[in-house]
Ligand binder design. Structure first.
Ligand SMILES: [Zn+2]
Length: 325
């Protein structure tokens, strides 16, 4: 895991986060992200102060990775779902003109099942090593579907003939089903990003509910079945990733971030972050929802053109996983 922002920036993010969205439960351990211990408390030192710093660091990390604004009633329980799926029909009647222009619809959606190769089932993946070191890269877009920004990003992706991978939050999907249908109709891949976007440690029943209810709504809304899971904030030790792995999902992290949740950075910084670190097989993190993502929308065309200039071809995460040598 790479930490590109300074501790001062983390601390600033944390202060902002705490002011806006006080968390009832802080992450219980910041020392172990998928087995990688980056800071072990030293009890002979000033333990309490260090624990405070660790907590700050952990929460700020989460904010940096994925700050979700619970603007849709965060405590709402997944409501009863209809028994029959209402999948994406690639028909002009299915979508409103605000959501999609009928002339823009593709002839067909290639797949509604986003499975992962056996080598990645139940595994955590940050990037792949593609055959022949081919210059392929996957854009991953978290926390939607979201009004305005998702649609704007879809327009940009379409104009540039780029397919991305969207990791959806259940409650955001519940609020924006028509936007979700457009995402699927335009051929992008879909992953699960839990119902509530919680970071806290949870028991297995809660983790199961967070993931299963979101998968069910994805299916009922769009007809998509997905084995891609991304834990909110990239937190791998709070029960969610363990449950996802038990279901043979791939836990999809990222190898480079646009850092587009930094509240102070200009959009050009997001562009620079992505272009500087691009490698064959990279998975790039950015966001269409969970907050004001205007700057991400601004950055996206330059990210795409810059990567194309470097010789990259865009693939979805499932396509990328299938290219592992
Ligand atoms: Zn997120």
């Amino acid at each position: 895991m790479k930490f590109q922002a300074s501790f001062t920036e983390f601390k600033a993010s944390f202060t902002e986060f705490n002011r806006s969205y006080p968390m009832p439960h802080a992450p219980t351990s910041a020392c172990d992200y998928d087995g990688v211990s980056f800071w072990k408390p030293d009890v002979t030192d000033n333990h309490h102060q260090r624990q405070r710093i660790i907590s700050t660091f952990a929460i700020a990390l989460s904010v940096t990775a994925c700050s979700f604004t619970p603007g849709i009633t965060p405590q709402v329980k997944p409501k009863e779902l209809p028994t029959k799926p209402n999948p994406v029909q690639v028909s002009q009647k299915n979508l409103t003109s605000q959501i999609n222009s009928p002339s823009q619809l593709p002839a067909k959606v290639e797949t509604l099942n986003f499975t992962v190769p056996a080598t990645f089932q139940g595994k955590t993946v940050y990037h792949v090593q593609p055959n022949n070191n081919e210059k392929v890269i996957a854009l991953s877009i978290d926390d939607g579907p979201w009004p305005n920004t998702t649609l704007q990003m879809l327009d940009i992706l379409k104009q540039n003939d780029v397919k991305a991978t969207f990791f959806w939050v259940g409650q955001a999907l519940q609020a924006n089903p028509e936007i979700a249908k457009r995402v699927v109709a335009e051929g992008h891949a879909i992953g699960n990003h839990t119902w509530h976007h919680w970071y806290r440690r949870m028991d297995e029943a809660t983790a199961k509910s967070e993931i299963d209810s979101t998968n069910e709504l994805i299916y009922k809304t769009t007809g998509v079945k997905t084995s891609l899971f991304r834990p909110p904030g990239g937190v791998l030790n709070n029960g969610l990733a363990a449950y996802a792995k038990s279901q043979k999902d791939a836990v999809v992290m990222w190898s480079q971030t646009s850092a587009d949740t930094d509240p102070r950075a200009k959009y050009q910084v997001f562009v620079k972050n992505v272009l500087r670190d691009a490698k064959p097989g990279s998975i790039v993190l950015m966001h269409d929802g969970g907050g004001d993502r205007k700057r991400t929308v601004q950055a996206l065309p330059e990210i795409i053109s810059g990567l194309k200039q470097q010789g990259y071809r865009f693939v979805t995460v499932p396509e990328l996983l299938a290219m592992q040598k």
